[in-house]
Design a protein around this ligand. Structure first.
Ligand SMILES: *[C@@H]1O[C@H](CO)[C@@H](O)[C@H](O)[C@H]1NC(C)=O
Ligand SMILES: *[C@@H]1O[C@H](CO)[C@@H](O)[C@H](O)[C@H]1NC(C)=O
Ligand SMILES: *[C@@H]1O[C@H](CO)[C@@H](O)[C@H](O)[C@H]1NC(C)=O
Ligand SMILES: *[C@@H]1O[C@H](CO)[C@@H](O)[C@H](O)[C@H]1NC(C)=O
Ligand SMILES: *[C@@H]1O[C@H](CO)[C@@H](O)[C@H](O)[C@H]1NC(C)=O
Ligand SMILES: *[C@@H]1O[C@H](CO)[C@@H](O)[C@H](O)[C@H]1NC(C)=O
Ligand SMILES: *[C@@H]1O[C@H](CO)[C@@H](O)[C@H](O)[C@H]1NC(C)=O
Ligand SMILES: *[C@@H]1O[C@H](CO)[C@@H](O)[C@H](O)[C@H]1NC(C)=O
Ligand SMILES: *[C@@H]1O[C@H](CO)[C@@H](O)[C@H](O)[C@H]1NC(C)=O
Ligand SMILES: *[C@@H]1O[C@H](CO)[C@@H](O)[C@H](O)[C@H]1NC(C)=O
Ligand SMILES: *[C@@H]1O[C@H](CO)[C@@H](O)[C@H](O)[C@H]1NC(C)=O
Ligand SMILES: *[C@@H]1O[C@H](CO)[C@@H](O)[C@H](O)[C@H]1NC(C)=O
Length: 435
């Protein structure tokens, strides 16, 4: 199959997946301590964690781009709240009846947590049985329709029910085929992972406010022209977000996007000079960069004056595709923005880029909810902020790339896993509501 037929950008991407294709790595960071939850990584395309609802376990995709919890099958003993919720994602949607049950997650137990049961959800990927939205409550559909703090999303419930839990989350995403990274990743609540305490010393990047109600995400400003391209020079970037008193681009951090989305001219600056690179047409008139798998590409992002080198394995992703002669073909981990939900619905650009998994594997991220926590008791007056800690050493990354891509002619991905990768140029994250 050729790459163009492997990469429909259609939002109706298919999602059949056998768990046999899991490249799950067996190493562990440490035993699970309170406040932390281990992740499963399916092919660097979906990251999941386990939650239980009234004792039934679900493997849910983690999504900082949306703010609702749903599962794909009924929860015994759950109590109906007598209303329905529907959430649209970049790929697919989910809808169903809002219920409540006891949620156990990352060592916390929350009574009467609201969620919905979406048996027909079209956005499940990689063997998941639900999704947990980790974004701000102002973008929660269940919260918006429910009209009371009882319907707050899980993290807001955790933070407001126990004042000794600091109101922040951290996410560490690891790379599946990286010899330096033996475990899949970790999500923590109110705790920083022991080996990464230095994140607390990093610049606090204020969360910027979305101009559209219901479209708030964990977003901040990139430094001015803050991407250094493969030839070592900065890429000129012009923000499209109106009303922002700066020329810096607005970026959203979204664990639900497999491929980061950047303005098309940024993707061109990253890839157009790479030997063999082709901008190919995929479905729905969209385009994607196709690359030879052995091309090592460097780029660096800048936030708060700090450099974040991106691993060449993330700039040039192996999704198991081949050209018509059977040669392995890879794709850029950073693609031109293919859609903009808020723009389509409100005719306003609310962000310039969505930095998804391909970026976040290079930065441990902390999000402090600040005054975006939905609480009337003891509300915070401090602005929400994001801290990022660089976790990619560019020198070692170059060596890893050589070891993984240049020493074998074969794909690092088995044939059997290809089927569910089809169509995943975007990812699932980033819902919105218009209030
Ligand atoms: C989630 O639960 C399943 C089934 O018990 C288990 O195989 C898997 O390892 C768990 N994943 C994590 C990240 O703990
Ligand atoms: C939902 O509706 C049923 C039937 O009217 C009622 O018994 C139940 O109390 C309602 N549940 C909630 C949470 O309001
Ligand atoms: C399920 O959770 C609901 C709400 O937290 C609770 O009222 C109910 O007793 C639980 N049922 C079971 C079987 O655990
Ligand atoms: C799911 O789809 C089935 C078959 O199309 C339909 O009967 C059912 O009502 C749907 N359920 C929901 C909650 O939409
Ligand atoms: C929330 O409030 C709106 C408007 O006041 C109302 O239409 C809706 O039924 C309420 N939802 C619930 C679950 O009570
Ligand atoms: C509140 O959170 C703290 C810190 O995580 C934990 O030690 C404590 O057990 C929690 N209390 C309750 C009632 O869950
Ligand atoms: C924009 O980025 C520059 C660094 O390039 C930084 O000095 C400046 O503070 C940023 N502006 C805002 C409003 O954050
Ligand atoms: C670096 O690459 C960019 C984007 O392709 C190009 O515009 C620029 O001229 C190049 N600079 C040098 C010094 O090669
Ligand atoms: C969107 O905004 C542009 C410029 O403000 C305007 O020309 C265009 O007609 C608008 N489109 C819609 C569908 O409202
Ligand atoms: C909490 O959410 C409700 C409904 O979505 C909203 O009216 C209220 O302003 C929010 N409160 C805070 C403190 O964010
Ligand atoms: C990056 O890795 C190289 C090779 O292992 C090492 O020499 C260097 O000190 C590392 N750099 C940083 C900033 O840790
Ligand atoms: C990428 O950067 C690393 C670290 O600076 C360097 O060792 C390597 O040669 C660079 N690769 C390319 C293709 O520029």
């Amino acid at each position: 199959m050729t790459l163009s037929s492997l990469l429909p950008l259609s939002l109706l991407a298919l999602a059949t997946c056998g768990d046999a294709s899991h490249l799950r790595l067996s190493g562990r960071l440490e035993s699970t301590s309170p406040g932390t939850s281990l992740l499963d990584n399916n092919m660097d395309i979906v990251y999941m964690t386990n939650v239980t609802l009234n004792g039934t376990s679900f493997s849910v995709m983690i999504d900082t781009g949306s703010s609702d919890l749903w599962v794909s099958s009924p929860v015994p003993g759950a109590v109906s709240q007598n209303y329905s919720a529907s959430v649209s994602y970049a790929i697919g949607s989910a809808e169903g009846t809002v219920m409540s049950a006891t949620l156990d997650f990352a060592g916390f137990s929350i009574d009467d947590q609201f969620f919905f049961v979406a048996p027909n959800a079209s956005s499940l990927r990689g063997g998941a049985s639900g999704l947990i939205g980790l974004g701000p409550s102002s973008s929660s559909v269940v919260r918006f329709l429910g009209n009371s703090s009882a319907s707050n999303p899980p993290l807001d419930r955790i933070f407001t029910s126990n004042s000794s839990v600091s109101p922040f989350l951290t996410v560490l995403l690891q790379r599946a085929n990286d010899p330096d990274e033996p475990f899949p990743g970790n999500l923590s609540i109110g705790e920083v992972l022991p080996d990464y305490q230095d994140i607390l010393n990093q610049p606090r990047l204020p969360v910027t406010i979305s101009p559209i109600n219901g479209s708030q995400h964990w977003q901040t400003l990139l430094d001015f022209n803050g991407i250094i391209g493969p030839n070592g020079t900065q890429i000129g970037i012009k923000t499209q977000v109106p009303g922002v008193q700066t020329q810096n681009a607005t970026v959203v951090f979204d664990t639900g996007f497999s491929f980061s989305q950047v303005p098309p001219y940024v993707a061109e600056a990253l890839y157009s000079n790479i030997p063999g690179a082709k901008l190919i047409n995929v479905s729905d008139g969209a385009q994607a960069w196709q690359l030879d798998c052995d091309q090592e590409i460097n780029a660096t992002f800048l936030f708060g004056g700090v450099e974040f080198p991106i691993h060449p394995l993330d700039l040039n992703l192996d999704i198991g595709a081949e050209d018509d002669k059977g040669n392995p073909q890879c794709v850029g981990g950073f693609q031109g923005i293919s859609f903009d939900v808020a723009q389509a619905n409100a005719n306003t650009t609310v962000y310039d880029m969505i930095l998804g998994m391909s970026f976040l594997r290079n930065a441990y991220m902390l999000v402090n909810f600040g005054n975006m926590l939905n609480t009337t008791t003891n509300p915070s007056t401090s602005t929400a902020y994001i801290q990022l800690l660089s976790i990619t050493n560019a020198t070692r990354a170059a060596q890893d790339f050589t070891n993984v891509r240049k020493k074998s002619s074969a794909h690092t991905i088995s044939n059997s896993s290809k089927s569910w990768l089809i169509g995943l140029v975007a990812g699932i994250g980033l819902s919105y509501i218009l209030a």
